[in-house]
Design a protein around this ligand. Structure first.
Ligand SMILES: *Cc1c(COP(=O)(O)O)cnc(C)c1O
Length: 387
């Protein structure tokens, strides 16, 4: 009987939903009614409001988080013959940008408590070819940046923070992305705010900010507004097209106004899931944000006990039938993805902690499109699924 009852679906809870309101639509329509679609005031304004929210010294709007990371490594001179320390438990973009520049990503396993890079293993991965260390604030929980910074300083390495899931994350009261040499954010539809596609590079290094502004736009020395007459420009650097356009920036400006409310709802939601699932047999939960580690609460990952892992697909489809959408962060550690496995020959037994998180975890939604009642519904559904 419980089996029958358990499958009754009374809600449809999607994992993520972009929160686009009338404000965004109006702002985009206004831009479209004008004649400036790129190289305009909206991108500059978005950079200014991003600086206000994060406290970053400088912000450079770009077309994606991938573009931001690429521009950072380009500036740091990462290329052939160099290595970059990259967490195994991340989005493939964190590693691909290093590959794209001809350098080698050297993966470091995750720590089981948080899913963040295991800082204890960083030093062993450093060689004389290492140029930088990348960290990802996994699901929004900040990495211990003081420890990473100390290692980086000792070995003369740049620190790149992949903050794609960390808008609203604070370590020791300072926003994620401001501890390293550069922080890179994403505005892809499922992230904390969206410009459909988009990204932001933040840095305290003015020479990086200045170069990124050129290199996001072919390496040209003057923006159209700065030119005295058409064609009055030179190309003084290598660069590609990584610009954020004006309609996107207009969306970003409206989205960031709503960000404090989005974050509050995420944090309230994750709390209900965490408390509701505490002590449920068959499950465990990753570490939660606490005083010095404020999480942006991107989603809530629960880990199935090993005995339940073979039934993960069943559990996920049970949840789906009950109307609960889930996700996986990430399906496999990056070094186990075919491209990296084939190129560098990683064994299936390597990076055991990241592999265990991938194998065991189910990511539950906590986005601002969901209410406290939705959270209680998810808790009940997860409990029924495990039973
Ligand atoms: C989404 C994501 C990216 C990629 O962001 P884009 O804006 O799509 O380039 C990179 N790193 C992490 C950790 C992500 O979650």
């Amino acid at each position: 009987m419980t089996g029958e009852r358990a499958l009754v679906k009374t809600r449809e809870i999607t994992f993520a939903r972009p929160m686009i309101g009338e404000e965004e639509k109006r702002a985009v329509a206004e831009v479209l009614a004008g004649s400036t679609l790129v190289h305009g005031p909206k991108a500059e304004e978005f950079e200014r409001v991003f600086v206000l929210f994060t406290g970053a010294p400088q912000a450079v709007a770009v077309s994606s988080c991938t573009a931001a990371m690429y521009l950072a490594y380009l500036h740091f001179g990462v290329g052939k013959g160099n290595e970059v320390i990259v967490p195994a438990q991340t989005h493939v973009a964190t590693a691909h940008v290093v590959e794209a520049l001809g350098a080698k990503p050297v993966f470091v396993d995750a720590e089981s408590r948080t899913g963040n890079i295991d800082i204890d293993q960083i030093e062993a991965a450093i060689t004389e070819r290492t140029k930088a260390v990348a960290v990802v604030h996994y699901l929004g929980l900040p990495v211990d940046m003081e420890r990473v910074g100390a290692i980086a300083r000792q070995h003369g390495l740049f620190v790149v923070e992949d903050c794609a899931l960390a808008l609203g994350s604070f370590y020791k009261g300072v926003h994620a992305g401001l501890w390293g040499d550069v922080g890179c954010f994403s505005f892809y539809p499922v992230k904390h705010i969206t410009t459909i596609e988009g990204g932001m590079l933040v840095t305290g290094r003015s020479e990086l900010a200045e170069r990124a502004r050129r290199q996001r736009s072919f390496g040209v020395d003057k923006t159209p507004a700065e030119r005295g007459r058409p064609g009055q420009y030179d190309v003084i650097d290598l660069g590609l097209n990584f610009r954020l356009n004006e309609p996107q920036a207009a969306m970003g400006i409206e989205q960031i106004k709503k960000l404090p409310d989005f974050l509050k709802r995420r944090i309230d939601n994750i709390k209900i899931l965490r408390e509701g699932l505490e002590g449920v047999e068959g499950l465990s939960q990753l570490a939660e944000g606490r005083e010095e580690y404020v999480s942006s609460a991107y989603c809530h990952a629960v880990l199935l006990d090993e005995e339940l892992v073979t039934r993960k697909d069943e559990i996920v489809s049970f949840l789906r039938k009950r109307g609960v959408g889930t996700s996986v962060y990430y399906p496999r550690p990056v070094p186990h993805l075919t491209y990296y496995k084939n190129k560098y020959g990683y064994e299936a037994s390597s990076f055991p902690v990241a592999a265990a998180i991938s194998r065991r975890s189910i990511a539950l939604p906590v986005g601002p499109h969901l209410s406290a009642d939705d959270m209680r519904y998810i808790v009940a559904a997860v409990k029924d699924a495990i039973r």
